[in-house]
Design a protein around this ligand. Sequence first.
Ligand code: SF4
Length: 345
Amino acid sequence: MKKTNLKSLSRQELDQLIADIDEKSFRAGQIWSWIYQKNVTSFNRMSNISQSLRTKLDRMAFISSLKLIHKTVSLRSNTEKFLWELEDGFRIESVYIPEGKRRTLCISSQVGCGLQCRFCATGSMGFRRNLETEEITDQVLSTYREMGEKPTNIVVMGMGEPFLNFDNVLKALVIINHSDGLAIGHRKITISTAGIIPQLIRYMKESHPFRLAVSLNATTDAQRTRLMPINKKYPLHQLLQTARTYTQKTKKRITFEYVLFKGINDTQADANRLLKLLKGMPCKVNLIAYNPTANPFKTPDEDTIHHFAETIRPLCAPVTMRLSKGDDIQAACGQLAIANRRKKP
Ligand code: SF4
């Protein structure tokens, strides 16, 4: 009999499994709490569960965890990058970013990515496979175990396009958010997309509560297609129209991520166009200075970044600026796992 990985189950599915083996319903709550609050991976440690049930569970189920291959600590910030190995030998990364009381964990949703954004190291790996639900939640649990502290915020902005692994990502986020487990509030969880319009519409229709970010990075179709080829399929104006509808229907704000590339999308004309495109939309703009990797793009100078931010300030939307943290450990957006990828053995 194939054993069930309990971390692949939603809370309702665990309730059902416990009912199916004729155990009392409260046992599901106990097991859930051992997995997601006490972070255990062995039935033997579940001390309030009878020996006979532990033996039964051992025969039919298991609790997965990720294998830590390497941890890199940034010398310039406290950012830490974790390289995990999956059951089939593929490797993924998560990035832990502490800032005051906030401990943000950036998690991956796929092995590699098929969208091939020109500035992204993950994109140049190509797509290998979607992560399973448990491989997504395990990035949170395994980092929690390593750091001894639970992350306070989760961003799905690591390797992969989360909306192309919609079901597994959303199931994992519901588990991470569950009040009897990790209990990370839905306002502290952000899912970031490169702009997969049909999934954005699905996300809106299904009324998911998590925060939404869109990686915008350009103000014309020509420019965006050059940076993000997915723009050919889902063009800028269509994407922004869908984003506008999302904010109207859900009454929620969207965050637009805008990575500034020297001489490409950081000019006065770009800032003016961005101002016009986002006018009247409840949103937040996150300006990020690009971190140079092996590709030809360059970082704008600080004056240009400040000037860009000043120009779009009339949006009345909060504008945040950051130089990517962890650039010395290739932990910035789009730099994950390229140096450590391993093909399926
Ligand atoms: S930036 Fe994101 S969506 Fe684009 S290729 Fe990289 S991982 Fe994929």
